[in-house]
Design a protein around this ligand. Sequence first.
Ligand SMILES: [Zn+2]
Length: 206
Amino acid sequence: MTEDEVMMEYLRSCSIPEENVIDELRTQSPEFKLFYSAEGDRIRSPILWLHNKKLRKGDQLQPGFLAETKTFPNGYVGIIIRNNPAKIGDSSTIAHELAHVIFGDEGFPRVGHYRGCEDQEVIKLASMFSNMIHDPLVIEKLLKYGYDLRLEYAKECIDGIKKFKKRPEYSGIARIKASFLFAQSLIEYDLLFDENNNPVMNTYQK
Ligand SMILES: [Zn+2]
């Protein structure tokens, strides 16, 4: 057995049935039901649903996981979830990850790192660059299906802007990362919030 085959066998052995995610959410979440009926057929990559109950908010469904899963043989994509079966509260994060899969399957380009790269900073930078463009597209898609993402993203937008304000303290890659995050936060803000009630810009101006 090759190393790839061993890894795939292992991942398949710990993957959970797709029904535990999709069927659960389609019955519990009206937004997911709408999303999946309209977008489900666009998913081409075979998905391995992996369960890790210790995932914390923030690292659940790793941002940039698509870049990572490119290394899975046969085009497999891995999506790590915290609850098995999925709960209604997971609806938007799971739809979010599936939307990333759809953009990937439709050929929307991502910036990747070179094969064999082990420099975590470079890997993270490539993933942040891609997310700066992909995440707002994902959000735009989810909004169409009635997801209210404001609460979920308000903190993220504010944090992105706060980090940018501190950029003179950073050097090198950290400074570039702060700029990527800032651009992403502004675009996401623009998609999600009303201009007259602008908590993000208020924070920025303080
Ligand atoms: Zn994302």
